[in-house]
Design a protein around this ligand. Sequence first.
Ligand code: TYM
Length: 332
Amino acid sequence: MSRVFSGIQPTGEPHIGNYFGAMRNYVRLGEQFGKNSLYCVVDLHAITNPNAFDPATLAEKTYEMALANFAIGLDPSQVIFFVQSHVPEHHELNWIFTSITPVGELERMTQYKDKAGQFESIPSGLLMYPALMAADILLYKADTVPVGEDQDQHLELTREIARKFNHHFGQTFPEPKSVHDPNALRIPGVDGNGKMGKSKGQGSTIGILEPLDAIWQKLRVAPTDPARVRRTDPGNPDVCLIFDYHKLFSDLDTIQLVDRECRTAGIGCVDCKKKLMEGVTEHLTPIQQRAEELRTDPDYVKDALRQGAQEARAIARPVIEEVREKVGFLKL
Ligand code: TYM
C-alpha cells in the first residue's frame, strides 16, 4: 500500500508554481489515497532561512498556507493535513538522520549552495534542511512524494538516508520517489528571472489568492520573446513565459491559436496576455471565492489542523518506537 507525503513552506504567499507544480497533485493523490496521504505546512523548515521568516508573521502565514490548500479543493476530512511543528516526532527522527548523514552530502545540495550565499554566517539549520525533509517523509514510511522538479535532489538524498538507515539498523524505510506534473516541472517567475519562488518576493510570483487586477498589472508588464520588438515582428512562443502560462491556464484551442498567431504576428503580445487573463480569471475565481468562504469561519482551519496533527501523530509514534528500538536506545 502506497503512502503519500508532501510539505510546503509558509515563507510567502502560495503561487501558481506551487499550485501547478505540487498542490494540484496533493488533491489528485488525496482523492486516490485518502488518509494514506499526508500534507504538511513545514514551519520548521521555514525558520532555517532568517531572510524568509519573521516571527511576527509566521503563524499567520502558516494559517494562510493551510487555508489556500483547502481553497484549491484539498479536503482535510479526507486526507491528513497538519503543521510540522505540531508533531514533535519530526525533530526526533531528524536528529537521528543527521547522525548518519555526511556533511559533504548536505553541502552538495544546490538549494543549500544558492541560499548559503546570502549569509555571512550560515545558520546550520540551512545545511540540515534535507535531513529534516527526509525525516518528514520517512516518519510516515511514505513512498510517493508530489513535488516540483526543484526537490529532486533532496529526494535523492532522502533515498540515500533511507538506504543508510536500513543498512545500519535493519530494513525499516522505503525509498520514496517524487511525482511530478509533467506540464509544471519548473514554472518561471513573472519577472522573467528564473523559477517562480516564494522567497524571491512578490515581483516573481502570481499568487493564487492575489487580487485579479494585481495579477493583470504583473502580466501586462511581463517580458515576452525579447526578439519580438515591434507588433509586426513574428514571435517565438517557445521562448515566451506568457506561452508557458497559457499551457497551464488556457484550453487547447486557445493554446493552438496563440501559438499559430504569435509565429505569424497575427496576434500582439497585449492581446495574447488578455487571452491568458481570461484563463487565469476562470481558474482562480472559484479558488478565491472558496478562500473567502473559509475565512468566514475562523475555527474551520484551526480545527482541521488540530485533527490533522492527531492523525499524523498516530502514524508517527509507532514508527518512532520502532526506530528507537533499532537504534538501541534504552527502553524503560
Ligand atoms: P516549497 O515550499 O518551496 O514549495 C512547495 C512545492 O511547490 C513546488 N514548487 C514549484 N513547482 C514548479 N515550479 C515552481 N516554480 C515551483 N516553486 C515551488 C516545490 O517543488 C514544492 O513541491 N523543501 C520543500 C518543502 C518540504 C517538503 C518536505 C516537500 C519540506 N519537507 C517533504 C516534500 C516532502 C520546499 O521548500 O517546498
